[in-house]
Design a protein around this ligand. Structure first.
Ligand code: FMN
Length: 200
């Protein structure tokens, strides 16, 4: 099985280093209920603006509710469906548009929800699983199929499962799965004292 740890210049924690987004999962290996709940627990303890916890996560487990799983799978872009169908768990990540108290617009709702989603991805690694977030989906279809009420915005879908060999996915993905992970240079995105002033 390929592993693609980050090539780091500085020392970072092992979960950040070894997390990455594979496309090949083992559909025959069930993720336990306790593992799923650990993912939820990790997200639950994420920080949020005034502790409003604006995230909502809908877990669709193929082994638990195959119909709901195929509903969510059908909301993904065709190309995402092609590989995501190898993951036994699909999670719809949803942000509240407003604060739960007062009902005013929550400008940080999507920010907080993204942070909670990242907690899920890191916890997946901790549980011996892998996670892959997707933005390629039909948000209106998710709202309709998963009964998402007004005032909530679908942000992403996360595929979760045990990593498998790339032979389980279409050959058109293989090159990408084997390719090195890259990042922009530090100075492009990290600044010192002023916007645009590279940190190194
Ligand atoms: C918000 C978001 C949307 C993404 N959308 C897709 C997607 O639709 N399909 C896909 O294959 N990967 C998607 N990805 C995965 C990214 O391509 C991946 O995280 C990026 O290339 C960095 O690779 P790494 O996660 O392995 O470090 C998405 C990731 C994020 C955070």
């Amino acid at each position: 099985m390929i592993d693609k740890p980050a090539t780091t210049n500085y020392n970072i924690n092992e979960f950040a280093r070894f997390r990455w987004s594979p496309r090949s999962f083992d559909i025959n290996k069930q993720v336990s209920h306790d593992q799923v709940m650990s993912l939820c627990e990790a997200a639950r303890w994420s920080p949020s603006c005034v502790n409003d916890q604006p995230w909502r996560f809908i877990i669709c487990d193929k082994y638990n509710d195959a119909a709901a799983y195929s509903d969510l799978l059908s909301c993904l872009d065709e190309r995402n469906q092609l590989w995501a169908q190898t993951a036994p768990i699909l999670i719809s990540v949803i942000a509240s548009d407003t604060f739960s108290r007062g009902g005013q617009e929550n400008r940080w709702g999507q920010y907080d929800t993204g942070a909670a989603a990242m907690s899920i991805c890191l916890e997946a690694k901790h549980q011996g699983l892998m996670a892959h977030q997707m933005g390629g989906f039909d948000a209106n279809k998710i709202i309709e199929k998963l009964a998402v009420p007004q005032g909530f915005t679908p942000m992403s879908v996360i595929a979760v499962g045990y990593h498998a060999d790339i032979s389980v996915i279409d050959e058109s993905f293989h090159k990408q799965e084997m390719s090195q992970r890259t990042r922009k240079d530090f100075n492009d995105t990290f600044f010192s004292s002023r916007f645009g002033k590279g940190i190194i």
